[in-house]
Structure formats: structure tokens, C-alpha cells
Write a protein that binds this ligand. Structure first.
Ligand code: ANZ
Length: 807
């Protein structure tokens, strides 16, 4: 009716829900558990449309599970460390803590307005010492296990934000900083790393999760497993240098040898007369980015070191080059170059006049030199005793032979690198390490945690951690000898915080461990995770890694953090382009909440398309949803019953069918089609309202409101109350339905081709002619008689048969 005022109604219910602690997590042990997790937001200040799009369908799903009899944990928190807070401090002189907490305060209010069933008692804020203390604790455990180590390494450095960046934070073909778009440069620094590579093999195993194929593929490619061999080439006067190759079968064709310019051997093997050239080359390579260096279209460059390596297969002395297309960080940082069978090596050999020797014969090879590298399969040639062997067998045979001689072995290499966690930033978790001139890097004793982030700091983008300017912070004593020592001044990558936050939610104030094991028993692992696909390789890989380490520490007894994962799509601007300030197409959800209420906004977002696909915002579309909600309200509040053609006798059957449909849709995250069915049903209900029997009407209405409850929680609560039913609709049982009623809906259709019976198919009783024909065409038996022929005519006799007349 016209009197429905969403703002007032929603506010009233939000207050009531809070007063009655309706969303306090249900601990009833007789119910099966369901841990539903939506990715925690960064406290940027306001909830934007993307937050609404991620959170409200997740909330609907969690509510649905609750009504279905699960005890549901559905927590929320804030991923509160990170650069934007510090940038705000630099730009506007606000302390990061103040900026962050006032944003959180604001967002808490907005979350309340959303009407989600978050249990705010479990809230976690990652910049609270109570939280980050456990980041530090984990760091110590990683150290104990040999999974944390310090290394001087060339790092990607953003000259504008003055910080190192993780590989994932460097984006685009021209390698820019993910946050500010500045081109990234290289810099050498001592850094802390986590040995995620120790878990590379296990991380490739997805048998313990039901995750989207896309995420599994992205992670698999990111880990990048290659099988091959490690082979030692002796450099007389220096010693052996190992290479990694995926093609040991081509060993006899290795006519030169390449080391990465940064390879430690370069300095030592370079001959006196080559020194100047080599040094100049190494310097210029150091200025280049990895992407440029691996760009296949770039002309290959390199420099001869004056040294020779011995090919272990045939004893040949082959020249050693330093060339920037070989990277230090992959494999062993050195390669045997086989120009006949590797494109890069081919190009290089052409340029420097090196022999190109075919060792795998292409099909129909005439024995002539190859015009281009041949990477394919074939029989081995020019390979002594291996000649005539298929190269696929040769891989193993050559490796075995080398192994017998003690100069090689089968090996696996991964693209995955160790996780660099050091950040030269203030607003993060201090790394709990003390440097003693006597005892080196000493872990802070567990009982001294947390190492608190000092409040007063200088926010100058100096290129060094602001903690470096704070002697009160860094001057300390060595935990071993008590002598003067200094603290580590770097802080941790914020991906650390989000790697284990799902555990902290269980007991956010527990102080004997990262989480209370008793709570862990009750809730872990996460049953359903929801969030954006953009987290496929960073966050989602790190949290899997963390869980596996936690298992090895005896903290949990399972292998995977989240059993199921659903990735929602992205809401685009009205113009179907990505929302951004520069395009001026950013939608502020608050405007729509104020005008239509949050239920309308929630339902609108769920209605625009399949949740995993996202889609463009449409300001007019929300008006249609608001109208639907008003019409639904009028079912109980009186008003515009429309009357019409509909058959009131169908009420029980149509209700049963609706329950089945909405149940299956919500089970599968199909919020849009669930809503479409509810809309259609509303029209039907309005049409039969006057004629329906009292009891049947009441049952039908009751079911309708229950089905609406997860999607439009305020609205359903209001309708429920207006029907005089006891508070709250959200603790009611999900409606069931009579299978018999639904099944009676199905009929069997006979399908003929040119009048001959070809199949029988089941179809809904009210199927349209068009749908019946389409369904009939899906039958294999029918298709085999129709395929390749012209359909002259098709006939549908309602409720009985479909006939195709083909020529
Ligand atoms: C000899 C050879 C012959 C190779 C041939 C390929 C083809 P993926 O599959 O990506 O793992 N390689 C090894 N380490 C490298 C590094 N640090 N920088 C650049 N290239 C490197 O690639 C493995 C192959 O890439 C290795 O096998 C090696 O070249 C090269 F017909 O060895 B191959």
C-alpha cells in the first residue's frame, strides 16, 4: 500500500533485532554447523556498491541456511592495516589510527542499516594489538619451523609510495604499482620471507575443496609446476654450475650456456679481458624490469664471459654467456641453451653466430639446418647412443644416464616464489625480531608480545620505515644476552592479517592462542566462503598456505580453510563500465537506501543477473523492485488486490512449486531467479486474494513471507508481524513442500518425427508450445532423426505431443 515507509519500518526492525539479540550466534549443538564467511572489508570510510553486492547476497544465503536448521556463524570485521591510512596521514595530517577507527565507526552504522545478520560480538579489527599480537605469534612459529627467513633480495619498489611491493601488487605489462600506478623499480634490501614454496606441491592439490574451476586454474598456473632435470655443467677453474631444464632429451644440442646477469658465478668466471664488457652489461640489466626481460618480442642480448662449460653428454666446451632473458629467481638461474629447439636460444644463437645443432628430428626432416626452432616431438638424432629413441622416452633415459654419472637428477621447479612479507611502512604489524650484534636476528620472546606499534610517528615518505626514526621504539635489549640491540623496523604485509582472520572470529578476545580450540571444534573449517575473483591468487593462496602450516603446528586437523567458495561478479556503472571516480559513474548506495530502503537495494542487486556475473547498475531498475516490495506488502496490508484470470484452486500447488524453486535457487546462489519467481507469484497471489479460501490463503501467504525473509529481511519481518505471527520470521523453519503436489505438475509428452514415435519426455503441465518443442529437440533420439534435415513444420498438441515434419 501507499503507506509503506521503508526507512521507518527498517529502522524499527533493526532496533528490535538489536534489542532482542536476534543475530547472536546460535550455539545449539543439536544443529549442524554452517560457517558462512564473506570477505572482510577494508575500512575506506563508506560502504560502496561493491560491498553491498558482496555482502547482501552472502547474508541472504546465511539467513537461508539458518532457517533451514543450521546453526550459522556469519561474522564480519575490518582489514584495517595498510597503505591508504598512511597516505591519508601524509596528505591530511590525520593519524592512521584515528582515520581508520573513525571510518570503522561510520561503516558499522552502515552495516547495521544493511540489515545483515552479522554477529557483531565476533567482530575483528586487524589493527587492534589484540589481533596483530597473533600475527607476531604466527611469525615466531614460522621462524621456529624454519618457514620464515631473511634474505637480501632485489625487490620491486614503488618510488612514490616508498615501499616494496609483493609480486602480485605489481600490475600491467608496464609494471606499475597496483595502488598508485607509478612504474616500479628494483632495489636491494634485506627482507623477511615465508617459505610458501615448501607447500607448492600440496597447494596444487584441490581435492579437499569445492571451488570454482577458474580459481583452481589461476592458482595452478600461479604455482607453475615444471618437470625436468637439474644438470651440472663443469666450468674448468670454477666448478660445476647447475641448470634446470624441462628438456634433458635435448642435452646433445646444448651448444652454449647462459647464466643470469645477477648469478653469483658471473663475477668469478669472467675472464680479465671480458670484465669491462660484462660489468657494463650486468649494470644495464639490473635496471630492467622482469617483464621487459622475459618479453619474447624483445631482441635478445647478452655478453660472452670468456669462460667455457663442459657439456656432460659429449665433453664439448661450450661458451658461457650472461644474458638477461635468463632470470635469477627461476630454476637455478642458469640454462643450457639448445638453439635448435628453443626459440629464445635460436634467436640468440643466430645473433651471436653460435652453432645450431638439431637433436630432435622434426617429421620429414631432410637433415638440413632448421629455419626456426623446433620445439615439438620426434626421434633423437646427433645424440650418440640415444639416436633413434623417441624424445619423450629420451627425457627419462638421458636423466637416468646423468644420474648414474652423478651429474644430474630429475627435478621439479615451481614459478611460485617465497612470500615476501616485509614492508617499509608504519601502519602494519611490527615484525617481532631483535637484532643483536652478538646473537644476530633473535625472535622476540612470546611472552613479550605484542610488540606494539608506537602511537607517535613521523609520516614522511622518506623511503624508510617511519619506525626507523623512532629510537624509543627500536632501541632495546637482546633477549639472549641483555646487551644493546635494535628492533626490526619493517612491518608485515597486510595479506598476513587476512590469511587467518576466519579463525580469530571464533573467539576475538581469546588470549591464550590465535583462537579458542573449543570454538574451533564447533565451527571449523569455513563451510561457505564468498568474495571476489580478484583474490584468486593472493589471499586465497596465502590462507590455504596458512591453514596447512597451522595443521603442521597442530592447531587444526584439516587441510583446507574453506570448503566451498563462490565468487560474485562486479557491479559496473550505468554505462556498463567499471565504476570509478574519474569516469564519474560511481553509485552511492546511501542515496538508494534513503529513498527506497535497504531491502529494495539488496533485492535489486540480487535481481540484476546471476550473482557470479555481476552487471551494470540501473537506477530505474530499483524502482521496479521497490514496486514489487510494495505489492508484496499489500498482500497482508490490504489494498489493491487486482482480481483477474488466475485460478484460486491452484494455490497449494503453486505454493509448493514456489517453495521448491526458491529453495533450489538459494541453494545454488541463484538469487535473481528466486526473486523472479517470487515476483510472479506475487501477481498470482494478488489475483486470487479475494477468492481464495481463508486457510489456504493464510498458508500460502505464510510460505511466501518465509521465502522472502532471507532476501528482504525487514520487509518479511513487517509482513509477518502484520499477519499476527510471533516474532521473528527469521527464526522460523524454512517451509517444506509436498513432493506429490509438485510432481503432479509433470506430464509425459510423446515426440514424433514425421508421425513416428521417437521419444517420450517429461514436461511441466503448463509448458508453452515453444518450450515443448525446444525440450523435445534436446532428446538425443529425436535429434538423430532431425539433424541435417530441414524442419518444415512443428506441431504441439497441448499436454500430449510434439511432432516435427522434416524434409
Ligand atoms: C633446455 C631447453 C631446451 C629448454 C629446449 C627448453 C626447450 P618452463 O616450462 O617455463 O619451466 N629456463 C630454465 N630456467 C630459466 C631461467 N631462470 N630463466 C629463463 N629461462 C629458464 O621452462 C623451462 C625451460 O626454460 C628450461 O628448459 C630452460 O630452457 C628455461 F628445447 O632447457 B630449457
Amino acid at each position: 500500500s501507499k503507506t509503506y515507509d521503508p526507512t521507518a519500518v527498517e529502522h524499527r526492525w533493526q532496533e528490535r533485532w538489536a534489542e532482542s539479540a536476534l543475530y547472536k550466534t546460535d550455539e545449539d549443538p543439536s544443529k549442524p554447523k554452517h560457517y558462512a564467511l564473506t570477505m572482510l572489508p577494508y575500512p575506506s570510510g563508506d560502504l560502496h556498491v561493491g560491498h553491498w553486492y558482496a555482502m547482501t547476497p552472502s547474508d541472504s544465503r546465511a539467513r537461508f541456511m539458518r532457517m533451514r536448521g543450521y546453526r550459522v556463524l556469519f561474522p564480519i570485521g575490518f582489514d584495517a592495516f595498510g597503505l591508504p591510512a598512511e597516505n591519508a596521514a601524509i596528505r591530511r595530517g590525520i593519524h592512521p589510527r584515528k582515520w581508520t577507527y573513525s571510518n570503522i565507526e561510520n561503516m558499522r552504522g552502515q552495516l547495521k542499516q544493511m540489515g545483515a545478520m552479522f554477529d557483531l560480538d565476533t567482530e575483528v579489527v586487524t589493527c587492534d594489538p589484540e589481533y596483530y599480537r597473533w600475527n607476531q605469534w604466527f611469525f615466531l612459529k614460522f621462524m621456529e619451523k624454519g618457514l620464515a627467513y631473511r634474505k637480501e633480495a632485489p625487490v620491486d619498489w614503488c618510488p612514490k609510495d616508498n615501499t616494496t611491493l609483493a609480486r602480485e601488487q605489481v600490475v600491467g605489462p608496464d609494471r606499475r604499482c597496483e595502488r598508485c600506478g607509478t612504474p616500479v623499480v628494483k632495489k636491494n634490501l634485506a627482507q623477511w620471507l615465508f617459505k610458501i614454496t615448501d607447500y607448492a606441491e600440496e597447494l596444487l592439490d584441490f581435492s579437499g575443496v569445492e571451488w570454482p574451476e577458474r580459481v583452481k586454474t589461476l592458482q595452478t598456473n600461479w604455482i607453475g609446476r615444471s618437470e625436468g632435470a637439474e644438470i651440472a655443467f663443469d666450468v674448468p677453474g670454477y666448478g660445476p654450475i647447475e641448470v634446470f631444464t624441462t628438456r634433458p632429451d635435448t642435452l646433445f644440442g646444448a651448444t652454449f650456456f647462459v647464466v643470469a646477469p645477477e648469478h653469483p658465478a658471473v663475477e668469478k668466471i669472467t675472464t680479465l679481458e671480458r670484465e669491462a664488457d660484462v660489468r657494463a652489461y650486468v649494470e644495464s640489466a639490473g635496471r630492467m624490469t622482469e617483464i621487459d626481460r622475459t618479453d619474447v618480442t624483445r631482441e635478445k642480448t647478452g655478453v660472452f664471459t670468456g669462460a667455457y662449460a663442459t657439456n656432460p653428454a659429449n665433453g664439448e666446451a661450450i661458451p658461457v654467456y650472461a644474458a638477461d632473458y635468463v632470470l635469477l629467481g627461476y630454476g637455478t638461474g642458469a640454462i643450457m641453451a639448445v638453439p635448435a629447439h628453443d626459440e629464445r636460444d635460436f634467436e640468440f644463437a643466430k645473433k651471436y653466430g653460435i652453432e645450431i645443432r638439431t637433436v630432435i628430428a622434426p617429421p620429414d626432416w631432410d637433415g638440413e639446418p632448421l629455419a626456426e626452432a623446433y620445439p615439438g616431438e620426434g626421434l633423437m638424432v646427433n645424440s650418440d647412443g640415444f639416436d633413434g629413441m623417441p624424445n619423450t622416452e629420451g627425457k627419462k633415459a638421458v636423466t637416468d644416464d646423468l644420474e648414474a654419472k652423478g651429474v644430474g637428477r630429475a627435478a621439479v621447479t615451481y614459478r611460485l616464489r617465497d612470500w615476501l612479507i616485509s614492508r617499509q611502512r608504519y601502519w602494519g604489524t611490527p615484525i617481532p625480531v631483535i637484532y643483536c650484534p652478538e646473537h644476530g636476528a633473535v625472535p622476540v620472546p612470546e611472552e613479550d608480545l605484542p610488540v606494539r606499534l608506537p602511537e607517535d610517528a613521523e609520516f614522511m615518505p622518506t623511503g624508510e620505515s617511519p619506525l626507523k626514526l623512532d629510537p624509543e621504539f627500536y632501541n632495546t635489549e637482546c633477549p639472549v644476552c641483555g646487551g644493546p640491540a635494535t628492533r626490526e623496523t619493517d612491518t608485515m604485509d597486510t595479506f598476513m592479517d587476512s590469511s587467518w582472520y576466519q579463525y580469530r572470529y571464533l573467539s576475538p578476545h581469546y588470549d591464550e592462542g590465535p583462537f579458542d580450540p573449543e570454538e574451533g571444534e564447533k565451527w571449523l573449517p569455513v563451510d561457505q566462503y564468498t568474495g571476489g575473483i580478484e583474490h584468486a591468487v593472493m589471499h586465497l593462496l596465502y590462507t590455504r598456505f596458512f591453514t596447512k602450516v597451522m595443521r603442521d603446528l597442530g592447531l587444526v586437523s584439516f587441510d583446507e580453510p574453506m570448503t566451498r567458495l563462490f565468487n560474485q561478479g562486479i557491479i559496473l556503472g550505468e554505462d556498463a563500465e567499471k565504476m570509478s571516480k574519474s569516469r564519474g559513474n560511481v553509485v552511492n548506495p546511501q542515496e538508494f537506501v534513503d529513498r527506497y530502503g535497504s531491502d529494495a537495494l539488496r533485492c535489486f542487486l540480487m535481481f540484476i543477473g546471476p550473482w557470479d556475473q555481476g552487471g551494470p547498475w540501473d537506477s530505474r531498475g530499483i524502482e521496479g523492485i521497490a514496486r514489487f516490495l510494495r505489492r508484496a506488502h499489500s498482500l497482508v496490508a490490504g489494498g489493491d488486490a487486482s482480481g483477474g484470470e488466475a485460478d484460486p484452486k491452484e494455490l497449494p500447488r503453486r505454493t509448493a512449486r514456489l517453495v521448491k524453486k526458491v529453495t533450489e535457487d538459494l541453494e545454488a546462489f541463484r538469487f535473481n531467479t528466486a526473486l523472479a519467481s517470487l515476483m510472479e507469484h506475487t501477481n498470482y497471489l494478488l489475483a486470487v486474494k479475494k477468492e481464495a479460501g481463508e486457510e489456504e490463503w493464510r498458508d500460502a501467504l505464510r510460505a511466501f513471507v518465509l521465502l522472502l525473509a532471507p532476501l528482504a529481511p525487514h520487509h518479511a519481518e513487517e509482513m509477518w508481524a502484520l499477519m499476527g505471527l510471533p516474532y521473528s520470521v527469521h527464526v522460523q523453519e524454512w517451509p517444506g513442500y509436498d513432493e506429490g503436489l509438485v510432481r503432479a505438475e509433470e506430464i509425459t509428452l510423446v515426440v514424433q518425427v514425421n508421425g513416428k514415435l521417437r521419444d517420450r519426455i517429461d514436461a511441466p503441465v503448463d509448458i508453452s508450445a515453444e518450450d515443448a518443442k525446444e525440450l523435445a529437440m534436446k532428446s538425443e533420439k529425436v535429434r538423430s532423426h532431425v539433424e541435417g534435415r530441414e524442419i518444415r513444420k512443428s506441431i504441439y498438441v497441448p499436454g500430449r505431443l510434439v511432432n516435427f515434419v522434416v524434409g
